[in-house]
Design a protein. Structure first.
Length: 506
């Protein structure tokens, strides 16, 4: 690893939350840091907030008082850009505006020596476009931190068309030396994280628009069935609906209105109405001192199964059988199409068709589909959806079965792909497309999503565990159902599925 030595001076431009966070990281690892902002008061305010944060770390015994003093002492404020002339690396964290960034880097290019690395923390603007204004665009690299920078582990190192490979490597090695998880990617809209993450929000937004269930139910399913830390609606409220919508629209426009990135009409209406989430007091939820948050539904049954029949291979959902057996429910196995017969209910993992379509095609009116789970034995909630043809008794038996397994049951309106399955399939599809287009490698996608957004599992590894045949089947059925290019299957997934290989076999 040949990153910058701690004797190298680091410059940071922009004293907002991100800028002061980057300054704190560099100082923590021994660098002298020069912090510049056109607003001198912003620098002082940010330093005060940083000191308060460091004081908390001292009180929690995460750092010593001596370390705290050293971190603060190594950061100095600058009143002129010229003071950054001796920096070895300058990280820009100003407003997300192409012209503003181009103007700044043109000034820096004239002030710094030829060996200074110029890095932008942009989350969405093309590195190539920023570098187009420079005489030496090979010196410019993307160094995308995630907020809050001292806590979040990921840094995306982004190379524009003209970025020097040695500059990208030195910047990546420096981030590694600062204790970060690093992924490298080409400059394309959204880079890795902001591109691959779009379906996490988009699929639940579509389900809400279709009246499949409530936002509270969808959030609970994503948290309690799929082990994400937050559901999409509570996360959008936290981020700010305007911010999240803006990122989606930027990616959508940058890809020439590719349907895969289509923004949500529902989200736009909330943004247009000033309902931006926590910061405005209302978004998908209302916020206030005495405002109770809506609770997720829980369906119950008095039916208690003594035994079930497992017909064929249940694939990724086999854990249900292990759990049933451990709880004293008899499990009889036979050949079949990968379903569980429980009383009047025929239970099957969603394959992207609606339950009603599957009931018709398979001649099984009492089919009840269940959703993907992170861990079928351990996760506490499961989502199910009955075919319109299914009897009330069949639905009651399905609820009773999952209840007997200790699961909280959420019943959805019949919807293709349910919630978790379609979300994970689309995340994997987008990640695979990024790999196919040469943006990054397979491992980078999974590392980026786990350490940039705290995903419980990388979407491409998850896809391998589900099986690419099932992933492709779900996507093909979603595309047939909706008739939209949004759900087209990545060529990489098709190729690997045809070759009977997994993504990590590649």
């Amino acid at each position: 690893m040949a990153g910058l030595a701690s004797t190298n001076i680091i410059g940071v431009i922009g004293a907002g939350t991100m800028g002061i966070g980057v300054a704190q990281i560099a100082s923590t690892y021994g660098h002298q840091v020069k912090l510049f902002d056109q607003n001198a008061e912003a620098v002082e305010c940010s330093l005060v907030q940083m000191k308060k944060g460091l004081d908390k770390l001292v009180s929690r015994e995460r750092i010593s008082a001596e370390d705290r003093r050293a971190i603060v002492d190594r950061i100095s404020s600058c009143s002129q850009l010229e003071e950054l002339g001796d920096c070895s690396l300058i990280v820009e964290a100003i407003v997300e505006n192409l012209e503003a960034k181009q103007s700044l880097f043109k000034q820096l290019e004239s002030l710094c020596n030829n060996n200074t690395i110029l890095a932008t923390n942009t989350s969405s603007i093309s590195i190539t476009a920023i570098g187009a204004a420079l005489n030496h665009p090979e010196r410019l690299v993307g160094m995308h931190f995630f907020n809050p920078a001292p806590i979040m582990k990921l840094v995306e190192i982004i190379s524009g068309k003209m970025t020097s490979a040695s500059i990208a490597k030195t910047t990546a090695d420096t981030a590694l030396a600062w204790g970060k998880k690093v992924v490298q990617a080409k400059s394309t809209p959204g880079f890795i994280v902001n591109r691959v993450a779009r379906p996490f929000y988009a699929e639940s937004l579509r389900l809400l628009e279709e009246g499949t269930t409530s936002a509270a139910n969808l959030d609970a399913i994503i948290r309690e069935s799929a082990s994400f830390r937050m559901g999409p609606f509570e996360l959008m409220d936290l981020i700010g609906l305007d911010v999240n919508y803006s990122v989606t629209k930027t990616v959508y426009d940058s890809y020439y209105q590719d349907q895969r990135f289509s923004p949500s009409i529902l989200q736009k209406e909330l943004v247009d109405g000033g309902l931006l989430g926590r910061k405005s007091g209302q978004g998908f939820y209302q916020y206030g001192d005495n405002t109770p948050q809506p609770q997720a539904d829980s369906f119950t049954s008095s039916f208690v199964p003594a035994s079930i029949e497992a017909k064929g291979d249940l694939g990724v959902s086999t854990g249900l059988l292990k759990l049933a057996s451990s709880l004293g429910i008899g499990v009889n196995e036979s050949t079949g199409e990968g379903v569980i017969q429980c009383g009047e209910a025929v239970l099957a993992l969603t394959d992207g068709r609606t339950a009603s379509k599957r009931a018709k095609e398979e001649g099984t009116p009492n089919i009840i589909l269940f959703d993907l789970m992170f861990d079928y034995e351990a996760n506490p909630r499961i989502a199910i959806a009955p075919a319109l043809q299914a009897s009330e008794v069949a639905l009651d038996h399905a609820i009773g079965f999952f209840q007997a397994l200790g699961k909280t049951v959420t019943v959805l309106q019949d919807s293709p792909g349910l919630c978790v399955m379609r979300t994970i399939c689309m995340l994997a599809n987008e990640g695979a497309d990024a790999v196919y287009q040469g943006v990054c490698d397979i491992a980078a996608v999974d590392k980026a999503m786990q350490f940039g957004l705290n995903y419980p599992r990388g979407p491409l590894l998850w896809a391998d565990q589900i099986g690419l045949a099932h992933i492709c089947q779900v996507l093909e059925n979603l595309q047939k159902t909706y008739g939209r290019d949004r759900y087209r299957t990545s060529i990489l997934l098709q190729q690997l599925n045809d070759a009977e290989l997994g993504l990590y076999d590649k």
